[in-house]
Design a protein around this ligand. Sequence first.
Ligand SMILES: [Zn+2]
Length: 133
Amino acid sequence: MIVFDLQCRDGGETFEAWFRSGTDYDEQLEAGLVECPFCQSPNIAKAPMAPRVPRKGADNPLARLAAIQSEMLKDSRWVGDKFAETARAIHSGEIEPQQVHGSATIEQARSLVDDGVPVAPLPLPITPPGQVN
Ligand SMILES: [Zn+2]
């Protein structure tokens, strides 16, 4: 899986989307399957990489982020503090490719990135399953 920062050309909103590969992104974009999550415009392009800072004055950016994040994690499996080892196992082909999320220390995350394991920080902290009332 690969994550791209995308930008809506109509509204200018930026968001993240996951694809199986760069080719998959190209094909989905060409087929008009990539939509802006805010205004459903299919007029999407890769966003210039930039710090993810909500625009000043945007209405309730946290709620938007939360919506995007829950969409991102829809098909993702929570692996808790096993995140670093699970990500490595997926990267090395020991286990089936799958989207997972969990917690990692800064050191673990740095080490994963150094080893070329594709990981991305989540925009918002999440409550692990089991800790929700
Ligand atoms: Zn839009």
